[in-house]
Design a binder for this molecule. Structure first.
Ligand SMILES: C[S@@+](CC[C@H](N)C(=O)[O-])C[C@H]1O[C@@H](n2cnc3c(N)ncnc32)[C@H](O)[C@@H]1O
Length: 406
């Protein structure tokens, strides 16, 4: 009798036929199965979305809202995001993807050629993860890739093509559907990683200026750092930056988004998908402002300019009134002023090991730009935990469940 047959025959045997079968399936089958570890209660997420849209009246985008992460939920929003990423008029994202290989190679030395597993927080279309995985796999034949996104549709869009293109073993890739802005979720994610990897080093990433989409941006980074990063781990952060702060630049930054039809389609797609609001693209406004001494802030808001009070149907068939001039905040984004980066990282409780700045103002490398000379760019930072931070060691239960190495 083979070990597998003995395991199957033994009632209560410690090898599950489902789990070991899954591994075989992932290794051997050609069918496009995706295995996703679902951590979210989808109904709860819809309720949060509806609650945020039930808020009161504001003409300035400070009440009803769709928070980051929710913008990507659903097939249409995910497809809309992928096509915005390819739009030359949504130049920030297109350039950030196209130039990523070059920018990655300028910071990767700070990883010291050590072996890492890779955990991507919000992989998007997976293009940047492809660059990182190609490189990390040269130093770690056992490399595993964990892609964490609250949108299963984004995971399905980005990860399988990446597996195919890089010929990764599907049994070393785990898409995880989870909202990483929730502290409890992140603690649980760390526990899962302890079970998989024990003391082995992990490289985390939060790319594509995602941090700046959160109202409490430094709190998000602090929470991720405190709950995920051990001394041996590293964190790659990509953020948009500006050399200066003033009102005119703030409006230019907002126009970067506003001038792209595909970005408008993306940013309104969750509203279209989850409500019965008739979307008028002229009512999507891109407002630029200066956020104290730290950033240019872009707010994307939808305003009721129909001249009438209307009612919107929400998920769950609830209704909410949407009076004339009322607004829904669809998204926020920032460009941090570069002088402020050090204090921003200090506030977030992480230390910087390496940084690379790329000016997106018209360099031939990055395909030229209409915003030549504005001082806009992207910074790619390698971060580590502060020396005084120590996460609890994996506990005994984590070790018991630790997977055997293959
Ligand atoms: C701005 S895109 C960046 C995509 C990619 N990293 C890049 O740089 O091209 C943000 C990604 O993070 C995901 N995301 C945003 N907020 C999230 C959250 N709170 N939890 C999980 N995923 C989130 C989105 O679904 C999307 O895939």
């Amino acid at each position: 009798m083979t070990q597998r047959m003995m395991d199957l025959a033994r009632p209560g045997g410690d090898r599950s036929p489902v789990l070991s079968g899954l591994e075989t399936l992932l290794r051997e089958m050609n069918f496009a199965w995706s295995l996703v570890l679902i951590g979210e209660d989808q109904a709860g997420k819809l309720e949060t979305l509806a609650r945020d849209l039930r808020r009161g009246f504001s003409t300035t985008g400070d009440s009803k809202r769709i928070t980051s992460g929710f913008s990507y939920l659903g097939t249409e929003p995910a497809i809309a995001w992928a096509s915005a990423c390819r739009d030359p008029l949504y130049s920030v994202m297109k350039k950030s993807i196209e130039s990523f290989g070059l920018r990655w190679s300028s910071i990767r030395e700070s990883l010291d050629g050590k072996p890492y597993h890779y955990v991507s927080l919000g992989p998007g279309d997976g293009q940047k993860d492809k660059v990182i995985l190609q490189d990390l796999s040269r130093h770690n034949a056992q490399l595993c890739y964990v892609a964490v996104d609250m949108s299963t549709e984004m995971l399905r869009l980005g990860v399988p093509s990446l597996i195919r293109e890089l010929e990764l073993s599907r049994s070393r890739v785990l898409p995880v559907q989870l909202d990483f802005s929730s502290p409890d979720n992140v603690t649980e994610l760390r526990r899962v990683l302890n079970v998989f990897f024990g003391e082995e080093a992990v490289l985390f990433s939060l790319l594509g200026n995602t941090m700046t989409n959160y109202e409490k941006d430094t709190e998000l980074l602090r929470m991720l750092g405190e709950r995920l990063l051990r001394q041996q781990d590293r964190f790659v952060l990509e953020i948009a930056t500006t050399e200066q702060l003033n009102g005119a630049l703030a409006q230019q930054a907002a126009d970067e988004y506003g001038s792209s039809r595909t970005f408008r389609e993306f940013i309104t797609s969750a509203l279209m998908h989850y409500t019965d609001l008739h979307i008028d693209m002229e009512s999507v406004l891109f407002q630029g402002g200066v956020e104290s001494d730290r950033a240019l802030l872009t707010k994307v808001i939808y305003r009721n300019r129909t001249g009438q009070d209307i009612r919107i149907t929400l998920p769950g068939r609830d209704h909410v009134s949407f009076p004339q001039q009322d607004t829904i905040l669809l998204g926020v984004s920032r460009k941090y002023v570069r002088d402020h980066l050090e204090s921003l990282l200090a506030e977030s409780g992480v230390r910087m090991l390496r940084s690379s700045h790329s000016d997106f103002g018209g360099s031939a490398d990055f395909g030229g730009s209409a915003h030549n000379g504005l001082g806009f760019g992207m910074d790619l930072l390698v971060l580590a935990a502060s020396p005084e931070v120590t996460l609890p060691e994996p506990n005994n239960a984590d070790n018991v469940w630790r997977l055997p190495r293959r």
